[in-house]
Design a protein around this ligand. Structure first.
Ligand SMILES: Cc1cc2nc3c(=O)[nH]c(=O)nc-3n(C[C@H](O)[C@H](O)[C@H](O)COP(=O)(O)O)c2cc1C
Length: 352
């Protein structure tokens, strides 16, 4: 077993967190990760309202008696969602671990800490990490340039960011972005991290749930049937993809996002590269959340924009979360043992 500051703080067996994922972080996946010994995280904004988040938390509890968290992502938007309402609903439902991401997390962090919660804050620069640390977060999730979703605008690779975290941070941090296996976990631990945060890898796992309340997706009237939140076609697409199959959109709008390189993403980038650039209005029809959601529901990889990192190149199967986390744990231990074997007391004589 690997015991780290993260496993001790969260009471989990494996130092692996499943990061918040829009349209993916639903109860079946979250429960599967927590049941497998990691920390599953529900994505608040995938629920249409704070009340719906309450239901999702209750559904998750039916599927696991283990600890799980809730992600609240603060978006750069003119009409912000009811963040406070989502946060209050989750705390009232007894959730005690939160992942925050995005700009200006201060008020949310204050609210969670005043309610005795553990806060993991995701950030892409050491400056932001230090600032969140001063706000009282418990763990920093250090998200390198490799990550799926928003890597920030400063393009700092994970290796450098983590080594800088080791130099600068006083509180535990986990490595996020580009990790899918035990080698990645072992490398993260070597860089001083207390564990890892993974997104893309968890998209390609088997998670099932029994519907009793109706679904957040299109299966509204389904009752007591087993379903997965991501269509099998998309999982097959991920398995068939390489590390070259992602692309950055919104670079010119300074809201960079790493997404799967499909026809829609390439069209967005082409519009952004037009002489004179693009305004959000020019690409709004391509990047809507409703279209992105359809990718997972209909299993059409070109239906809209969907988030993924180069980790797709590392994914060769779609195991259960239990099998995945056991494998990651075993591989990491083997790597660590292998590294120990590199250290010898006496220099070997040259064979020449
Ligand atoms: C499909 C998908 C949706 C995501 N949505 C969110 C989100 O809503 N909020 C958030 O903080 N991070 C989001 N992320 C980022 C993940 O939480 C995580 O930080 C990231 O995936 C790590 O990089 P990796 O994919 O290389 O493991 C998303 C990632 C994926 C793959």
């Amino acid at each position: 077993m690997l015991v780290t500051k993260l496993t001790k703080l969260l009471g989990i067996r494996v130092p692996v967190v499943q990061g918040g994922m829009q349209w993916v972080g639903f109860p079946p996946l979250v429960a599967a990760v927590s049941n497998a010994g990691g920390l599953g995280i529900l994505t608040a904004l995938s629920q249409p309202s704070p009340e719906a988040l309450r239901q999702a938390i209750r559904e998750t509890r039916k599927l696991t008696d283990k600890n799980f968290g809730v992600n609240i992502t603060l978006l750069p938007t003119i009409n912000p969602p009811d963040y406070e309402g989502y946060a209050r609903a989750a705390v009232e439902e007894g959730v005690r671990v939160f992942e925050t991401a995005g700009n200006n997390p201060g008020p949310l962090i204050k609210f969670f800490k005043s309610n005795g919660c553990i806060v993991i804050h995701k950030c892409t620069t050491i400056r932001h990490a230090k600032s969140a640390s001063r706000m009282g977060v418990d763990v920093l999730s250090i998200d390198g340039f490799e990550c799926a979703g928003h890597p920030g605008e400063e393009d700092i690779p994970g290796f450098i960011l983590l080594a800088r975290a080791a130099q600068e941070l006083q509180i535990p941090y986990i490595a996020s972005g580009g990790i899918a296996d035990g080698r990645g976990l072992a490398a993260a631990l070597a860089l001083g991290a207390a564990g890892v945060n993974m997104g893309t890898r968890f998209m390609c796992t088997v998670e099932r749930w029994v519907y009793e309340f109706g679904s957040p997706l299109q299966y509204k009237n389904a009752h007591q049937c087993y379903l997965s939140t991501i269509h099998q076609n998309i999982k097959d697409k991920i398995i068939a993809s390489t590390e070259q199959d992602t692309i950055h959109i919104f670079r010119t709008l300074r809201n960079t996002a790493r997404v799967f390189k499909n026809k829609v993403a390439e069209e967005v980038v082409a519009i952004e590269r037009r002489p004179g650039g693009a305004k959000f209005e020019d690409i709004r029809h391509l990047v809507s959340g409703a279209r992105g959601k359809q990718v997972y529901e209909l299993g059409d990889p070109d239906a809209g924009i969907w988030t993924a990192s180069g980790v797709v190149g590392l994914i060769k199967d779609s195991p259960t979360c239990e099998v995945l986390l056991r494998r990651i744990e075993r591989e990491a231990e083997e790597v660590i043992d292998g590294l120990k074997a590199l250290k010898v007391d006496e220099p070997l004589k040259a064979k020449l």
